[in-house]
Write a protein that binds this ligand. Structure first.
Ligand code: ATP
Ligand code: MG
Length: 264
C-alpha cells in the first residue's frame, strides 16, 4: 500500500491512466516545472519503474528552481519505506506520476487523499476505449463518483476537429467528467523534456500557444487545491450505500455510451 506520509498542508495531484504513452509523465513533469517556476515548494513522486519523471529531474540544471524528487519505485534496502517516501515538511505540492498497466484494484491507493486526479487521454479510438475501462474502474473500485469534481481529463496531443476528438468529448460530457483542457501535439514538450524543464520555463514567445492551453488547467487545479479534503476524499467508509447507487448510475451511462459508439 502506497500511503504517502504527508502533512495537513500538502496538496496532492495524481496523474493516472493505465494506458501507456498517454502523457502522464509529460503532464507530471510540466506541472512540477510550472509550480517550481512560480516559486512553489513542489515534489515529484515517480511511481513508475521506467523512471521517466526521475530521468527528467536528473536532467534539470542545479540553477533551476528546485523540484524535490521522490523515487517511490526504487526500493533502497538501506532505507525504510516510509523514509524513502518522505515528503519534506516545507513541500506544499506533491505531483504523483503513476505507471502504465496499473491494475484497477491498485487505483485506490493512488487516488486516496488526492486533491486532484488528472487523466491524460489521447484522442484515438484505442485510447478512448481504454479510458472507458479506466473510468469504470475509478467509479467502482476507487469510488471516485463521490468526488467526481476532483477528476479531470486532459485531452492530450489533440488535433482539433477530428472525429476521434469529438467522440472523446461526447463520451466525457455524458459522464459529467470535466475536460479540463486540450494540449496540442507540440515539439516543445519534447524539447522541454530533454532539458529537465517544463514549457512554462521555456522562452515565452516560443511556447505562447502551449501556455494559452495550460490556462484552463491551472484555473481548474487552483480550485481543487483550495477545496479542503473530506472523509470522502480519504475514502473513509461512510456513505457507502449512496456511493454504490451513484456508481450504478454512472455505469449505466457508461455502458449506454459504449453501445451507442458500437453502433456508430
Ligand atoms: N502534447 C504532446 N506533444 C508532443 N509529444 C507529446 C505530448 N505528450 C506526450 N508526448 C510524447 O509522447 C511520449 C509519451 O508520453 P509520456 O511519456 O508522457 O506518456 P506516459 O503516459 O507517461 O507513458 P508511460 O505509460 O509509458 O509511462 C513521449 O515521448 C512524450 O514526449
Ligand atoms: Mg510515464
Amino acid at each position: 500500500m502506497l500511503n504517502v506520509p504527508g502533512h495537513p498542508d500538502l496538496k496532492k495531484i495524481v496523474i493516472l491512466n493505465p494506458k501507456g504513452g498517454s502523457g502522464k509523465s509529460t503532464l507530471a513533469t510540466n506541472l512540477a516545472g510550472m509550480l517550481a517556476s512560480r516559486k512553489q515548494p513542489v515534489a515529484l513522486m515517480d511511481c513508475d519503474t521506467q523512471g521517466s519523471s526521475l530521468r527528467w529531474l536528473r536532467k534539470r540544471e542545479a540553477e533551476r528552481p528546485e523540484v524535490h524528487g521522490i523515487a517511490a519505485c526504487e526500493h533502497d534496502t538501506t532505507l525504510t519505506r516510509s523514509y524513502q517516501l518522505r515528503v519534506p515538511a516545507e513541500i506544499r505540492y506533491l505531483v504523483v506520476d503513476t505507471p502504465a498497466a496499473l491494475p484497477v484494484h491498485e487505483l485506490v491507493q493512488f487516488t486516496r487523499g488526492a486533491h486532484a486526479i488528472l487523466v491524460p487521454v489521447l484522442p484515438s479510438d484505442i485510447d478512448i476505449h481504454a479510458a472507458t475501462d479506466l473510468v469504470s474502474g475509478l467509479l467502482l473500485v476507487a469510488k471516485v463518483s463521490r468526488r467526481m469534481g476532483r477528476l479531470g481529463v486532459v485531452a492530450n496531443r489533440v488535433r482539433e476537429n477530428t472525429v476521434s476528438y469529438r467522440r472523446l468529448k461526447r463520451f466525457l460530457d455524458r459522464l459529467s467528467i470535466a475536460t479540463v483542457c486540450q494540449l496540442r501535439d507540440s515539439q516543445n514538450y519534447l524539447h522541454a523534456a530533454e532539458q529537465g524543464i517544463g514549457v512554462h520555463e521555456m522562452q515565452p514567445s516560443r511556447v505562447a500557444k502551449d501556455l494559452d492551453q495550460w490556462g484552463p488547467l491551472i484555473d481548474w487545479l487552483a480550485l481543487r487545491l483550495e477545496t479542503p479534503l473530506t472523509a470522502r476524499d480519504l475514502l473513509k467508509p461512510e456513505g457507502e450505500r449512496k456511493s454504490q447507487a451513484d456508481n450504478v448510475h454512472y455505469l449505466a451511462d457508461l455502458l449506454a455510451d459504449r453501445a451507442a459508439r458500437a453502433g456508430d
